[in-house]
Design a protein around this ligand. Sequence first.
Ligand SMILES: NC(=O)c1ccc[n+]([C@@H]2O[C@H](COP(=O)([O-])OP(=O)(O)OC[C@H]3O[C@@H](n4cnc5c(N)ncnc54)[C@H](OP(=O)(O)O)[C@@H]3O)[C@@H](O)[C@H]2O)c1
Length: 208
Amino acid sequence: MSKSENKKVASYAIIGFGHIGQALAKAFARNGIEVSIATTRDPESFSSAAAAIGPTIIPKTLAEAVKADVIFLAVRFESHSNVAKALPDWQGKIIVDVTNAYGVPPENLEGQPSARFVAQAFRGGRLVKGFNHLGAAVLAQDPAVHGGRRVVFLASDDDSAAAEIAALAENLGFSPIQLGGLSEGGLLVQARGNSWGKLIFKDLVNFD
Ligand SMILES: NC(=O)c1ccc[n+]([C@@H]2O[C@H](COP(=O)([O-])OP(=O)(O)OC[C@H]3O[C@@H](n4cnc5c(N)ncnc54)[C@H](OP(=O)(O)O)[C@@H]3O)[C@@H](O)[C@H]2O)c1
């Protein structure tokens, strides 16, 4: 068997099929990449919305969807802990944290970057923060714009997980920029209380 035949193709899921979940699903559909989608609801209830995006968008139950290797977390920040309960252990899986802790008082995060807080809930998982700085309407667009590619920022304490998601971002048509670890890069693109990431709106926020 050749090396390429031996290499397992990763499976993908998006948890949450609201504004961001649907925007991400469009990127997968545009590139013919299969992705499962799940919410708290019966998959039947969003099957026609999924079919309207494309044939590679597969509605599933949450329990089925979390069997994927790479899981995009596209739920409200407050719901992340409910999703985390879907598995006792997230060992071997990559969680892409697309949530923004907008409106969440920093003291509720126990002094941590929001992505670290999320990572704690997904015990054993490899967390990559990313795709979270674009509004859903922009994220939904074809990222090939103005002769270039729209950027997505990635941050992780796990270099190989970050590299895997960077490769996926490229396959989805984006230009990934690695920002380093969650405590450094993650903080640059994180909503904090009612303010926003330093890197994005650097003149508007006070992080002190
Ligand atoms: N909207 C934006 O422009 C934008 C931009 C960047 C980042 N974000 C971040 O992306 C995340 C999603 O935002 P959104 O605007 O897409 O929110 P949304 O439209 O309210 O969608 C949230 C989705 O999560 C699902 N959900 C809620 N609890 C769940 C659970 N326990 N298990 C599985 N699915 C669950 C909901 O489905 P049901 O309730 O029907 O089950 C719904 O499909 C948020 O953290 C937000 O801060 C949003």
